[in-house]
Design a protein around this ligand. Structure first.
Ligand SMILES: [Cu+2]
Length: 123
């Protein structure tokens, strides 16, 4: 009887120990780029700033955001994708229009949201 209880306790301990490790593994694999929540994506080396190349799809100057198709951003671990990105106040959106190929400076704020801090046409 005693032996059975001890065995059950050991089995439970082993299960609990294995728990966090498998959860972490699933976290990495479960990263879903489709959701476009870059804030939740772990950037390599903890980068919070990066340069990205992309094409403007639409400009919402009043809303302070643009829709872009950006190339992969290796510094942040982002795949190529189409998404809305807010811009910071000093970014002048009158200088860009749909179809423009641009270089963007991206920065992650304390709220984990990435914003464009600078944008310029290239080529
Ligand atoms: Cu993106």
């Amino acid at each position: 009887m005693r032996t059975t209880v001890l065995f059950a306790a050991m089995a439970l301990a082993a299960f609990v120990t294995a728990g966090p490790e498998s959860a972490q593994g699933m976290d990495k694999k479960g990263m879903n780029h489709e959701h476009m929540h870059h804030g939740e994506m772990k950037a390599p080396m903890g980068n919070k700033e990066a340069e990205a190349m992309g094409v403007i799809n639409s400009v919402d100057a009043a809303g302070g955001k643009v829709n872009v198709t950006h190339e992969p951003v290796e510094a942040l671990g982002w795949p190529k994708m189409t998404m809305d990105l807010p811009v910071t106040k000093r970014v002048d959106l009158s200088t860009v229009k749909p179809g423009d190929h641009v270089k963007m400076m991206l920065k992650q704020g304390r709220d984990k949201q990435y914003r464009i801090t600078g944008i310029e046409k290239h080529m």
